[in-house]
Design a protein around this ligand. Structure first.
Ligand code: ADP
Ligand code: MG
Length: 726
């Protein structure tokens, strides 16, 4: 259990004891939920009960103190896990991993084995725990496997607790794992994350030591991801092939009222939804996932869940589990969970705010401005490091959240723009501007830094979060990366954040090394001053949605990568390849593979959307439009000369029908042209340009048809129904 979890349990138990919940009938329920906390994970409690003291200690040392795993203990750990799992009715185990296509994968094996007498027994060996061999041939490898070897293996990640996955009939022991090829090539999202975390944690620790910290044993990156989502009634969902297959509506005219009144945000939660949320929280608690807040979001039927922060690797795994759990529980409640970044055009999209910070082994948040003078310059040094990282590798950070779904959100008018800038809040921004201007580091400037930062926490508390238009914001004692899409794994953005922060810390360290000054504080101030000068262009406090910012950013030469193929090109640029190589995260070949896999995913998504849009137009929208047109035609005939208005209408309906057919033909032409575009990058660019335009044109015709066809005759649930009924 991480620091955050332990703290959370303590806090919640004390709330329960204080009777805060008493009297509303939920106290008991709350208590039993708390008592179930972590029962489906092989956590410290389960370890203590099922392992010898010595092995338990060794395993905890691996998890909590970064010690190396002693393979000797694997057999006993496996045995203990199996006993614990059998007690809970588990029959199978699986390695659970994160292939590059972005979701999770698993393959189940029964514990079943036969003893010397030929009798069936349950067996789970250390080898089975440590290593699995799924048939990897159908996972996307972007071409790496053919060059290396066909098979891949999974390897246990002991730092992320094994857990039990239960359905009505099946119970499985799930072992979080990495996924590699036999020659050691990375085939997944977890391995680069773990490597990047090691790198940044190592660099941050070095910096602490440089500032004279003696008590910290290590540093960890912490992450807490706020998750937005929509719920729609399952009946509506099943009547919308586009929602079922692509996760979003491919057309749909906006409802007379949607989010204009902003009355949904933080509004009272409907009892039906609250029941869903309660079941989700209970299931998350059983898995040791510290769900903390739940509320209504901006759009109707849009909601958010946020956990307490945890170590980055665990937080990533937990978010992946949470998405799965929520999907399943929504289904039990007669809802469909929409995690797509933009399920409804014109309505607020769904993101995932990746909050992150660094914490030392003593539980100190390294991004807490704090009051102790020595820590202040240390804090500024970390801020300088992230500025340096984003200044140099903002485009890479943008690419970490690039996919077909997020293209509908980034750069549109409610999500953060695709330009990576940092919002520091008035106080810090002014401080950095001062540092940028300052010609010499006088004693008084240093005193000002120390003095000024003492007031920082209160000043920032007012300030933080006011600017919702920035993709990266300092929010008091952590940074918040808001460009992540709701359906995405947080692995990639967390890994890239860690990596560019490591680069930034190294940049600061090099500057400190070269700086003149009598002590470390003076040298560090000098280094931060230089960074302030070099990174002015990524600091932006204004409105990120405005067109002025687009112009200003272009002047500042900040990359503005508008769509996925543009963003993914960055992955194989010389600088990015050198960065991944410098820190031993991925080879050039692996980066090419990653780029290829993500481009392929983009192309497939786009082709599916176009094909389905065409299909739904031909088999649903056009027939409805034709039926309506003949009804009106009949009326025109019946009314004869008295029907001037109707005649006009009829003519305009003819126009809609023409546009629908023309739109369908254009989509067909695009899909045919696509075949002729050579190479994934070209195909992706073609789809991002003409593909998107063509889809928009056909959509516009569909939406016009929807405004005229009689409501009962429209073959699909409409926006009003999907957004307001549950
Ligand atoms: P805000 O209201 O500014 O968004 P909250 O305190 O509500 O801040 O936190 C939002 C998210 O940030 C939560 O998921 C929380 O776990 C996470 N968070 C808070 N502190 C940290 C931290 N030090 N490191 C990583 N994540 C954090
Ligand atoms: Mg937030």
């Amino acid at each position: 259990m991480g620091i955050a979890e332990t703290k959370f349990i303590d806090e919640t138990l004390s709330t329960l004891r204080s009777g805060a919940f008493a009297g509303n009938g939920r106290a008991l329920e709350g208590k039993s939920t708390m008592e179930n906390y972590g029962t489906l994970t092989f956590d410290k409690k389960a370890m203590a009960r099922n392992l010898s003291k010595a092995v338990c200690r060794k395993l905890i040392a691996v998890i909590e103190n970064n010690e190396r795993l002693d393979a000797e203990i694997a057999d006993e750990v496996a045995h203990g896990m199996k006993e614990w799992a059998l007690d809970q009715g588990v029959t199978h185990f699986c390695h659970w991993f994160q292939p590059m296509r972005g979701v999770t994968a698993e393959k189940h094996d029964a514990f079943l084995s036969f003893d010397d007498q030929g009798l069936p027994i349950a067996r789970f060996s250390g080898r089975q725990l440590i290593q699995g061999e799924p048939d990897a041939s159908s996972f996307p490898s972007g071409g790496t496997r053919s060059t290396f070897e066909a098979r891949g293996y999974t390897a246990w990640d002991p730092t992320s607790a094994a857990f039990i996955f239960k359905t009505k009939k099946a119970s499985t022991l799930v072992v979080p794992s990495v996924f590699l090829s036999w020659t050691g090539n990375v085939l997944d999202m977890k391995m680069p994350l773990l490597r990047a975390l090691n790198t940044v944690e190592d660099r941050a620790f070095k910096l602490l030591k440089l500032f004279g910290n003696r008590s910290a044993k290590f540093v960890r990156m912490t992450v807490g991801a706020e998750q937005e989502y929509f719920l729609v009634s399952k009946d509506f969902y099943e009547a919308r092939p586009d929602l079922m297959i692509t996760g979003r509506t491919l057309f749909g005219k906006s409802s007379a009222k949607d989010q204009q009144m902003e009355d949904h945000y933080f509004g009272a939660i409907k009892p039906k939804v609250l029941d869903f949320m309660a079941d989700v929280d209970a299931a998350l608690f059983e898995r040791g996932i510290p769900a903390k807040t739940r509320h209504n979001e901006v759009a109707p039927n849009q909601f958010e869940i946020a956990p307490l922060f945890e170590e980055a690797n665990i937080a990533v795994d937990h978010n992946l589990q949470a998405m799965e759990i929520m999907r399943k529980i929504a289904d039990d409640h007669g809802f469909a969970l929409l995690l797509h970044e933009k399920p409804f055009a014109g309505i607020n999209g769904s993101g995932k705010h990746l909050n992150w910070s660094l914490m030392d082994s003593e539980g100190n948040n390294l991004l807490e401005p704090g009051a102790a003078p020595k820590r202040n310059i240390q804090f500024l040094t970390f801020v300088g490091a992230i500025l340096a990282g984003v200044d140099k590798f903002g485009a890479l950070l943008r690419s970490s959240v690039a996919d077909a779904g997020n293209d509908y959100r980034l750069g549109a008018n409610e999500a953060p723009p695709a330009i990576m800038s940092l919002y520091l809040g008035d106080y810090l921004a002014n401080l950095f501007n001062e540092l940028e201007k300052g010609t010499s580091i006088s004693k008084s400037v240093r005193e000002e830094i120390d003095h000024g930062l003492k007031r920082l926490p209160t000043v920032l508390a007012d300030n933080s979060d006011r600017n919702r238009t920035s993709p990266i914001a300092f929010t008091g004692n952590k940074f918040e990366f808001r460009a992540v899409g709701a359906s995405q794994s947080t692995s990639e953005p967390a890994a890239v954040t860690a990596l560019i922060l490591a680069y930034g810390i190294d940049t600061v360290l090099e500057k400190i090394d070269k700086a003149k000054g009598e002590d470390i504080t003076a040298k560090a101030v000098e280094a931060v001053k230089q960074i302030a000068k070099e990174t002015g262009r990524v600091r932006f406090e204004g409105n990120g949605y405005s067109s002025d910012w687009q112009k200003e950013a272009a002047k500042r030469k900040l990359p503005n990568l508008r769509n996925t193929p543009e963003a993914l090109e960055v992955l194989t640029s010389e600088e990015v390849v050198a960065l991944y190589k410098r820190y031993g995260i991925l080879t050039e070949e692996e980066l090419h593979a990653k780029q290829e896999i993500r481009l392929e995913a983009y192309i497939k998504t786009k082709v599916i959307e176009l094909t389905l849009l065409k299909e739904m137009s031909l088999t649903g929208v056009i027939p409805a439009m034709l039926r309506h047109t003949s009804t009106v035609g009949d009326a025109v005939e019946a009314l004869g000369a008295a029907s001037k208005t109707l005649k006009g209408r009829l003519k305009s309906y003819g126009g809609i029908v023409d546009d629908l057919y023309a739109g369908v033909d254009r989509v067909t032409a695009v899909l045919t042209r696509l075949e002729k575009e050579g190479g994934t990058l070209k195909q992706a660019h073609f789809l991002a340009g003409q593909g998107v335009e063509t889809a928009l044109a056909l959509r516009a015709a569909c939406d016009r048809a929807e405004t005229v066809v009689e409501e009962g005759e429209w073959p699909f649930p409409n926006y009003r129904e999907m957004l307001f009924l549950l």
